[in-house]
Design a protein around this ligand. Structure first.
Ligand SMILES: [Zn+2]
Ligand SMILES: [Zn+2]
Length: 219
C-alpha cells in the first residue's frame, strides 16, 4: 500500500464524526505527512470549536484561529490539525501561533467576534507524552520512521473518541479584532529586479517603485 492509500485507509476512522470529516482528515494526513499524537488532537480541537460556534469549516476569510502550541517542543504538530479542521490556513493568514507550549486553540468569527477556546484535557496530553511513539521520538527516530504499530491505534482512537472525553470547552466570549488594512488587488513590476510585487508592499527608492528586498529598507 502506498502512502496515499495508507492515509486514505486511516482517514476512514473519521467517518464516525460524520459530515465528510474523513475527507478532511485524509487531506490533513497528506499535508502533514505522518501519523503522530498531536496532529489528531488539534484536528479534534478545531472541529469542536467550529461545532460550538455553529460555524462551517472556513472556505473564505471569515474567521481566525489562535493556536497556543508554539515552537521547540515535541508536539507542535497540533497546529496542523487545527489548521486543517478549521480551514483557517496559513496562506489565508487565518492562523496565528501563540508561543505558550499549550494544546489549545481559540476560534473567533470576524462578523461578530464570537469566540471559543478549546483545550485538550491534561490526562490526554500526559498519555500522549508517555506513549511508545513519543519515547521513540525522544530516541531521535523521525515521526514517519516510527513503527506504525506504536501509533496507529492511538491515532484512530484520538480521532473517534467522544469530544467530552478528551476536550474542554470555554464559555463563548467576544474577541475584539484589531483593525486590519484592506487587501490589495493589484500587482506591479519592481523597477529594479523586474519581479511582480503586490502594490501595497512597494517602496519608492530614488524615484523608482521597487520591492522591499530591492529597497534596502527593513521589513
Ligand atoms: Zn506530526
Ligand atoms: Zn525588486
Amino acid at each position: 500500500m502506498d502512502r496515499f492509500e495508507y492515509f486514505k485507509d486511516i482517514a476512514e476512522s473519521a467517518k464516525v464524526l460524520g459530515d465528510g470529516w474523513d475527507k478532511i482528515l485524509e487531506a490533513a494526513l497528506i499535508m502533514h505527512g505522518h501519523l503522530c499524537g498531536a496532529m489528531p488532537l488539534g484536528f479534534r480541537v478545531g472541529r469542536l470549536a467550529l461545532k460550538v460556534l455553529g460555524a462551517e469549516r472556513e472556505p473564505n476569510m471569515s474567521k481566525v484561529v489562535f493556536v497556543e502550541t508554539g515552537v521547540f517542543h515535541a508536539a507542535g504538530c497540533f497546529a496542523d490539525g487545527v489548521q486543517f479542521a478549521t480551514g483557517c490556513t496559513y496562506g489565508k493568514d487565518l492562523i496565528k501561533k501563540l508561543d505558550y507550549g499549550k494544546w489549545a486553540a481559540t476560534l473567533a468569527l470576524k462578523k461578530d467576534g464570537k469566540a471559543v477556546r478549546v483545550s485538550v484535557k491534561p490526562e490526554v496530553v500526559e498519555a500522549m507524552f508517555s506513549s511508545k511513539f513519543m519515547s521513540e521520538r525522544k530516541r531521535g527516530i523521525p515521526p514517519a520512521e516510527v513503527k506504525p504499530e506504536f501509533i496507529l491505534e492511538g491515532f484512530k482512537k484520538t480521532i473517534s473518541r467522544p469530544d467530552e472525553e478528551i476536550l474542554e470547552v470555554s464559555k463563548i466570549f467576544t474577541y475584539n479584532f484589531p483593525p486590519t488594512p484592506k487587501p490589495s488587488f493589484s500587482a506591479v513590476r519592481c523597477e529594479i529586479c523586474g519581479e511582480m510585487v503586490a502594490e501595497n508592499k512597494l517602496r519608492i527608492k530614488e524615484g523608482k517603485k521597487v520591492c522591499l528586498p530591492c529597497s534596502g529598507y527593513e521589513v
